[in-house]
Ligand binder design. Structure first.
Ligand code: PAF
Length: 293
């Protein structure tokens, strides 16, 4: 395994792999602080691709001014040790000035989608994500790039970005990995103490209850949202920010639910920590997990 810090070196290594060796490349973009969620992406990349690149870069442009950029957990030594066990070929861990050189001034904005859901509370967040992903895809030019369904809106936005700007990469979205309690695994769970983690598991319970109600015939979005809301309210340590019921592909708000895949998305505060989670219903009818963009 090689750790690469320079964009140019990463590009030339990847070019050789593609052109001279005709081998496929899988990219797993991360901000480090690796956990089981990331490792499930790495495992699938290893299974599908000849060469696996994991990028580790805490991207400042996707953090708002009052968010946790400074305190976001960073431990490249630990991340490297983990990735060695997973037989990763390259870690791309660029310093700030490699990704954002002096006078950097080009940003990518996926219109519409970026303003919804998370975009309402985190203006600019998805512009930062779309920009850094564009830089990473242009640097590595992977055949496949891997993302988690936990960040459902991010996955939808990246698929749209890749389609609209004709990146030659297939986006693979893999299921959310959860603790035994149901809590979605996230780097930000590190901010929670044991009791808060236990309380936070109400979010997944609430989503599952809504899914069950849907399966039993409740197709009214407002009523499903109420199930999520009232279940979360039973846990005093958890404060709901929003529950939204939207088309899983367009993120359009829905009232009456039909046969299309539906995303029930939640954001909630546990103490000062903001967590997101979601569940997809009607998934079997049209599998939203993997899509050639
Ligand atoms: O999901 C994340 O960790 C980040 O948003 C990503 C995709 C690595 C971009 O910085």
């Amino acid at each position: 395994m090689e750790i690469i810090n320079r964009r140019q070196r990463m590009s030339s290594v990847a070019r050789k792999i593609r052109r001279d060796q005709d081998r496929s490349i899988g990219l797993v973009p991360t901000m480090g602080a690796l956990h089981e969620g990331h490792l499930s992406l790495v495992r699938e990349a290893r299974r599908m691709c000849d060469v696996v690149v994991v990028s580790v870069f805490v991207n400042p442009t996707q953090f708002g001014p009052s968010e946790d950029f400074e305190h976001y957990p960073r431990d490249l030594t630990k991340d490297t040790a983990l990735l060695t066990d997973y037989n990763v070929d390259y870690i791309f861990a660029p310093p700030m000035e490699e990704m954002y050189p002096k006078d950097f001034s080009t940003y990518v904005n996926v219109g519409g989608l970026s303003k919804l859901l998370e975009g309402e509370t985190r203006p600019g967040h998805f512009r930062g994500v779309a920009t850094v992903i564009s830089i990473l895809l242009n640097t590595v030019r992977p055949d496949f790039a891997f993302f988690g369904q936990k960040d459902a809106q991010q996955a939808v936005i990246i698929k749209r970005l890749v389609r609209d700007l004709a990146f030659d990469t297939e986006i693979v979205v893999l299921p959310t990995v959860r603790e035994d309690s149901g809590l979605a695994i996230s780097s930000r769970n590190l901010y929670l103490d044991a009791e808060e983690q236990e309380s936070a598991s109400v979010i997944h319970r609430a989503l599952k209850q809504a899914k069950e109600a849907y399966k039993k015939g409740e197709h009214h979005a407002g009523k499903l949202a109420n199930i999520v809301r009232t279940t979360i309210e039973t846990e005093p340590r958890v404060r709901l920010d929003y529950v939204s019921i939207v088309d899983a592909e367009t993120l359009d708000k829905l009232d009456k639910l039909d046969e299309r895949p539906i995303l029930i998305a939640v954001a909630a505060y546990v103490g000062k920590t903001r967590l997101i989670d979601n569940i997809v219903v009607n998934k079997a009818k049209k599998d939203a997990a993997t899509s050639k963009s």
